[in-house]
Design a protein around this ligand. Structure first.
Ligand SMILES: [Zn+2]
Length: 100
């Protein structure tokens, strides 16, 4: 066990302490929030792409149903954005796990 300085209040706390007993600064909580922020900013373009694909499916369905070639493009965009979303989620989680 070693003593480290709290990032928030600067008082010496145990490096094994999950939160600072003086100011309540929670290292794990802050880290988790940072990861969530990263995930959200990483996922945003994928969501937009997925949304675009869904719009495309609806529009082509409205105009000509499944015969309309745009619907294939719409489905492709949705599937691709789902796959890329999945992989970016996995890689972000793995990167964070390796950091510890
Ligand atoms: Zn503190």
């Amino acid at each position: 066990m070693a003593l480290i300085k709290c990032i928030e209040c600067g008082k010496e706390i145990s490096n094994e302490a999950i939160s600072c007993p003086y100011c309540g600064y929670n290292k794990r909580e802050v880290e988790a929030k940072e990861v969530m922020k990263k995930l959200k900013s990483k996922f945003r373009p994928h969501y937009k792409l997925m949304f675009f694909g869904i719009i495309l499916i609806f529009v082509s369905n409205f105009f000509g149903g499944f015969k309309f070639p745009l619907i294939i493009l719409g489905f492709l965009i949705v599937v691709i954005s789902m796959i890329s979303l999945f992989f970016s989620f996995i890689t972000t989680m793995i990167k964070h796990m390796w950091k510890d």
